[in-house]
Design a protein around this ligand. Sequence first.
Ligand SMILES: [Zn+2]
Length: 107
Amino acid sequence: MIYLWLKAGHIIFVIFWMAGLFMLPRLFVYHQETAPDSPENDLWVDRERKLLKKINETIEKIDDDDYGFCEACGVEIGIRRLEARPTATLCVDCKTLAELKEKQLGG
Ligand SMILES: [Zn+2]
């Protein structure tokens, strides 16, 4: 029972955290006073769109009770990692591996 409350608390924390991630770039844009039609603004809008997509995917995962598990190997993603990056879909090992592969393909 306590575990359920902890889990619910964590999900609420994650949603607030993600909302923070979503809002911060916006505040930053206002702070910079980027012109609405400038390339910088397009970049921010693009980033926001990608982040929003990730947030939606993460919320779907929470709904499916599938949140917090690695998409590649199924291992539970550590709570520390999720706190740092709530939209993470891979565990540290798989993420490192994916980054290595990306580097090999890119280089
Ligand atoms: Zn993994």
